[in-house]
Design a binder for this molecule. Sequence first.
Ligand code: HEC
Length: 96
Amino acid sequence: MQQERGWRAASSGSQNRRVQLFHDKACITCHRISGNGGIHGPDLTDVANRLTKDQMVLMIVNGGKEMPAYGGTLKKEEVNDLTEFLGTRDGNTGKP
Ligand code: HEC
């Protein structure tokens, strides 16, 4: 996908691994970031303005009404990486 390179390229180093995780764990099938991804879940482009990292961890580990719980499938470091990544999504980063 052409657009997808936008926020991938804007990330670097360990950030790349985190973006990769967001893809590999299929978060992107339900969540959009900067216009890429699914529409089932909320757009996470500026999630850092809405939630603290702790709140993100809770959502990822315990799930929500429709958000699957990942507590049983993700390693602690993976949850950490994902929240670090989402913690930088404040609407001003990784624009395509
Ligand atoms: C099956 C679709 C689906 C998948 C896959 C999914 N989510 Fe979600 N997610 C949702 C929905 C729907 C919500 C809205 C909250 C609810 O369901 O109660 C949500 C909410 C969230 C929120 C809170 C957003 C907000 O604005 O309140 C975060 C953060 C989040 N998801 C991260 C992730 C991460 C990280 C992954 C991958 C490990 C992931 N999600 C995978 C559907 C999904």
